[in-house]
Design a binder for this molecule. Structure first.
Ligand code: URA
Length: 234
């Protein structure tokens, strides 16, 4: 039965929005798709249909919120598109906005050390932020900006399908876990939401101001390491 493609698109978007990332299609439908969508997944990353490049293209020269007017460069994210571990911060700062890369300032230097503390390299993980553009003067992100950007982060997670997403700082943790519980209570445990496993820890910029909190971040990193190692044998 012929169905208008536009009707299908709406339905597929609805599935994606409620967290369904794959559906079964009939052999007849499969035959009209390119190889990477069909059962013979030779050319395609193992994890999903969309790629990070597709998500980046969809974002384009984003003008969806007022941050477009003040940003220098949009900061999409960087790292391994097939990462088991993903780090999510709040929003680009001065240096990130200048370079178009996440966590490249002082807090980023500390994040690199935190990653290396569990025998990983920056290139092994994927790093991005809730917001893709810097709020002027590093002010707090506004709810409308978060809601405008959220679908792109959700798609990045869908494409990468990491085993674990580490939210850094109260803002990222409360946004991703959709809660107002303080970061000190959210950290130190896993949170499973919509098929994604999260952990929260303190933000590296906060650690620069409160170095005594590094001990708790180290505890969180040990949990992360154990989880990643444990899931290798699953
Ligand atoms: N702080 C963040 O939350 N993200 C960055 O990319 C840099 C600093």
């Amino acid at each position: 039965m012929p169905v208008p493609v536009t009707d299908l698109l709406g339905q597929l978007e609805f599935f994606r929005d409620i967290g369904i990332s794959e559906i079964d299609i009939s052999p007849e439908t499969e035959a009209i798709f390119p190889a990477q969508v069909s059962g013979d997944r030779v050319a395609e990353p193992r994890k999903g249909m969309m790629t990070l490049d597709n998500v980046r293209e969809e974002l384009g020269d984003c003008q969806r919120c007022k941050l477009a007017a003040t940003r220098t460069k949009l900061v999409f994210g960087a790292g391994n598109p097939d990462a088991d571990l993903m780090f999510v911060g709040e929003a680009p700062g001065f240096e990130e906005d200048r370079q178009g890369l996440p966590f490249v300032g002082r807090a980023g230097g500390l994040l690199t050390k935190i990653i290396e503390s569990i025998d990983l390299k920056r290139e092994d993980v994927y790093i991005c932020n809730v917001l893709k553009c810097r709020p002027p003067g590093n002010r707090n992100p506004e709810p409308e900006e978060v809601e405008t950007c959220r679908p792109f982060l959700r798609r990045q997670i869908e494409v990468i399908r990491p085993k674990l997403v580490c939210c850094m700082g109260a803002f990222a943790a409360q946004t991703m876990l959709r809660t107002k519980v303080p970061i000190s209570k959210l950290r130190g445990q896993f949170h499973d939401i919509d098929g994604v496993r999260y952990i929260a820890t303190f933000h590296p910029a906060y650690l620069l101001r409160n170095p005594e909190k590094k001990r708790e971040v180290w505890e969180d990193m040990k949990l992360i390491r154990a989880e990643l190692l444990g899931s290798q044998t699953d």
